[in-house]
Design a protein around this ligand. Structure first.
Ligand SMILES: Cc1cc2nc3c(=O)[nH]c(=O)nc-3n(C[C@H](O)[C@H](O)[C@H](O)COP(=O)(O)OP(=O)(O)OC[C@H]3O[C@@H](n4cnc5c(N)ncnc54)[C@H](O)[C@@H]3O)c2cc1C
Ligand code: FES
Length: 236
């Protein structure tokens, strides 16, 4: 095992609705929207799982994740003091933008948006529209850095409560139907829309083609060419 990729877990907090934040100690240099491949030290799951970076601070790196299967369940069982294997950071991340910006997150898709809110709070504060199935999480944390935070519970999408014409930029991460709806709502308008895809991955580094997505420029690898794409380019 490569010791350099093994980090001490310092927190693994249950937030509700099967969601957790796990924090690992260390020094990390990450671009907003990048992800790591995560695995427990017992080598389970055998294939690492891609998880977006939620936050980086002076103590370490945090990931917001939802337990959906065996891999994420194994993460939820990690205790402070135990170790986690982190490979990354991978992917291109969100571009830096200026102007009026909306963050649209559906469920666990809020994860890669938090650092954008934090960084833009120094210049152009964002508005955030966050949708959850049952339990709203991290609203206070987004409110600390955003102008306005609106959240929604249930099966509808945050696209039902946003006036897209107010924005120069919209950053989206969530279920594909939600991202498609944003693309439809902004078609033909002078708005920069960036979507972060969460296609299933195996290698995470561009070698296996498991994560291929369709774009106007042909097939691309979500892990290496994305996960963030200009909405004008990607075919959802
Ligand atoms: C770039 C990227 C960033 C991601 N960021 C996060 C994040 O910040 N937080 C988070 O909780 N999850 C994130 N995911 C999704 C996460 O990788 C999967 O939920 C995880 O791999 C599931 O592993 P598992 O072993 O627990 O479940 P599995 O046993 O592998 O799968 C359980 C169920 O979840 C479905 N599933 C698995 N992976 C995906 C996926 N990528 N998209 C949709 N459905 C899936 C399966 O079809 C199955 O129904 C991200 C994925 C990508 C590609
Ligand atoms: S996950 Fe292997 S090429 Fe993207």
């Amino acid at each position: 095992m490569d010791k350099d990729r093994s980090f001490e877990v310092i927190e693994n907090k249950f937030l509700g609705d099967d969601m957790y934040i796990i924090k690992a100690k260390g020094v990390f240099d990450v671009k907003n929207g990048q992800f790591y491949m995560l695995r427990t030290k017992s080598n389970y799951p055998l294939l690492s799982r891609p998880i977006s970076v939620y936050n980086v601070d002076e103590d370490g790196i945090s990931f917001l994740y939802k337990v959906v299967g065996e891999g994420t369940k194994a993460f939820s069982e990690l205790k402070p003091g135990e170790e986690i294997i982190l490979d990354g950071p991978y992917g291109n991340g969100f571009p830096e933008v200026s102007g009026k910006t909306a963050l649209l997150g559906g469920g666990i898709g809020i994860a890669p948006l938090y650092m954008i809110a934090r960084d833009m709070s120094k210049t152009d504060k964002c508005d955030a529209y966050l949708g959850f199935r049952e339990v709203p999480v991290l609203i206070d944390e987004f409110e600390e850095y955003c102008n306005e935070v609106k959240f929604y519970l249930g099966d509808k999408f945050v696209t039902d409560i946003i006036d897209v014409d107010k924005y120069d930029n919209i950053m989206v991460c969530g279920p594909t139907p939600m991202m498609k709806k944003v693309v439809d709502m902004t078609e033909g308008k002078d708005i920069n829309v960036y979507v972060s895809l969460e296609n299933r991955m195996a290698c995470g580094v561009g070698a296996c083609l498991v994560c291929t997505c369709k774009t106007t420029g042909g097939n691309k690898r979500t892990c290496k060419d994305g996960p963030v794409f200009n909405a004008k380019e990607v075919i959802l």
